[in-house]
Ligand binder design. Structure first.
Ligand code: HSE
Length: 437
């Protein structure tokens, strides 16, 4: 049997502890599958004294993860520290430069420095595996990188943040507040250290930027993502969506258009009957549309220690099965040096249907004024309904419009005009509708 594969693991939080536990519990099975033993040879974390409920056995302790990354005692450096700079970046770079394979779950790091790190890995002939960075336990990176060779992708979209989906699911099912749901998500270990990352769409954007590179063969461009979070989604939106046959999901969408590639993260109305609308709680889903395959939808656990550990261990096992001298495939599906520059499509040209919720003064002529602004912007309406305003406020009404396909520019022109007309008592709420099977 080949020599044992020695792991150096930096970061012993929820995911790190799960990785150590599963490697130990499944040691015999993993050895059978990989043809060699996988041992945790060294570890590094912030606090040496904390009881994590795991047995670190004879693993050597390093206070400095960069020192661990360069250590001759390891074959693979597993980075579970997090963050796009600091020791996470320094240690991954150091490991690759020292010719160590790297496994990371760090989407923020890859979204900012992924291409530069991939160039080092490819030059050194080592693997940089990152399955856990996108959609937790779902093997979407392997699928896009390996199983879809030759396919031309037109759109990739998905529910990429378990915390946001958990919050929206519970808000809809139980009619409870955003804050209560967030607290539970944090307690259950789904949320990022700073939950704004989950709620305001940053985490989804990091993951989407990686999928975009894999889908379109472009350089990663996380700064070119249009982003809106879910913190201003109210019960009024959730209920109106339900009445109209939609459900609200925080989606990340990357799509090829005539003017470039759209990358957007925002709350989205998807038809209640669509498959992606059935993805509840902390579950993630990724839909990929291609010329050869048609539409593929992968769904599964997107957050939490064990789900993420499953992806990390899959990446480690791939390295354990690889043999010295074997040429590894490129990190992002195409050689990093050959990734094309990213060409951004302007958000104003985005085409689709829109849900618009207006809170208006209840007076003569308001409906007519709204309808005129829509017509002046060439927006054709699918439906327009009036409700009592949220909280049954006297002299106010809620008007809900659903448009046929139009453009972002037209919707902004119409809502700016309606705002100027002085009939609104609150900012218009605009939610994009996404085509989904
Ligand atoms: N906070 C992330 C989520 C965890 O809620 O999906 C995995 O990236």
């Amino acid at each position: 049997m080949a020599e044992a594969l020695r792991i150096g693991l930096a970061g012993l939080g929820t995911v790190g502890a799960s990785v150590v536990r599963v490697l130990s519990e499944k040691a015999a099975e993993l050895t059978r599958q990989c043809g060699r033993e996988i041992v945790v040879a060294a570890v590094s974390a912030r606090d040496r004294t904390r009881d994590r409920g795991i047995d670190l056995g004879a693993a050597k302790w390093f206070d400095d993860p960069v020192e661990l990354a360069r250590s001759a005692d390891i074959d693979v450096f597993v980075e579970l520290i997090g963050g796009d700079e600091g020791v996470a970046r320094a240690s991954v770079k150091a490991a690759l430069e020292a010719g160590r394979h790297v496994v990371t779950a760090n989407k923020a790091l890859l979204s900012r420095h992924g291409v530069a790190l991939a160039e080092i890995a490819e030059k050194k002939g080592v693997l940089l595996n990152y399955e856990a960075a996108v959609a937790g336990g779902i093997p979407v990176i392997k699928t896009m990188r390996e199983a879809m060779a030759g396919n031309t992708v037109s759109r990739v979209f998905g529910i990429l943040n378990g915390t946001a989906n958990y919050i929206l699911t519970r808000m809809e099912a139980e009619g409870i507040s955003f804050e209560a749901c967030l607290e539970d998500a944090q307690r259950l270990g789904y949320a990022e250290a700073d939950p704004t990352f989950d709620i305001e769409g940053h985490d989804t954007a990091h993951k989407l930027s990686i999928l975009t590179a894999l889908a379109f063969g472009t350089k990663i461009s996380a700064d070119d993502i249009y982003m809106e979070g879910i913190s201003n989604i109210s019960q009024a939106d959730i209920q109106a969506a339900g009445e109209l046959g939609y459900r609200i999901k925080l989606l990340g969408v990357a799509q090829r258009t005539e003017t470039g590639i759209e990358q957007r993260v925002h709350p989205t109305m998807v038809p209640t009957a669509s498959v992606i609308a059935q993805v509840h709680g902390v579950t993630n889903a990724v839909a990929i549309e291609t010329d050869i395959l048609g539409e593929l939808l992968l769904s599964g656990p997107g957050a939490g220690g064990n789900a993420t550990a499953s992806a990390v261990i899959g990446d480690i096992a791939d390295i354990a099965k690889s043999r010295p001298g074997f040429q590894h495939g490129p990190v992002f599906g195409r050689p990093a040096k050959e990734l094309k520059p990213y060409k951004r499509a302007r958000m104003r040209t985005h085409a689709g249907g829109y849900f618009i919720r207006l809170t208006v003064h209840d007076r003569l002529g308001v409906f007519a004024a709204i309808a005129k602004r829509m017509a002046d912007s060439d927006i054709s309406l699918e439906s327009i309904v009036q409700h009592a305003a949220e909280g049954e406020v006297a002299d106010q009404k809620t008007v809900i419009l659903v448009t046929h396909e139009t453009t972002e520019a037209a919707v902004r022109k119409a809502t700016d005009g309606i705002t100027k007309d002085g009939h609104l008592t609150a900012k218009p709420q605009v939610i994009r509708i996404e085509r989904a099977g």
